[in-house]
Design a protein around this ligand. Sequence first.
Ligand SMILES: [Zn+2]
Length: 167
Amino acid sequence: MSGKSSTSRDPVCGMDITVADSHYSTTHRSLVFHFCSEQCRERFTQNPALYTGPRRTVDIRPIVKRHTLQFVSPASETLRKASDKLLQMMGVTVARPGDDDLLIEYDLRQATLAQIEAVATSSGLVLKGGLHGFRRDWWRFTERNEIENAADAGSGACCNRPPAKLH
Ligand SMILES: [Zn+2]
């Protein structure tokens, strides 16, 4: 073995991964990509074009999302544990328990509402349906478009900012 360890950039979060220690990888168009976590690998495999195109998601500015998730009569202990688990997710910056809800803030480039809901559910919380369910459906739907538009903004077609100098 040579003493030199090669690294590979996680295309989702930008972290440098030591290839020899990599636990999460996938092959896309004969290229092997390495990831820091299953979460990043999943983000990649859902839409590889977003992370391999000319304007990579890791290079676009953070897309901060903030939502309040409501639950059916949650125990405060369960809310607290779910909050701890969510804060361990890549891209989640806030997971603040309320009486029967969680305020969450995250960077859409690294985490999606669907992934956050899955972690909350696996922690034993039951998401509210009804109007709240419809709103969550809408949030998930708009997220898919939003991340794709952001990665594709080089065309300028969707830009409502005045033209800025490149820096
Ligand atoms: Zn990562």
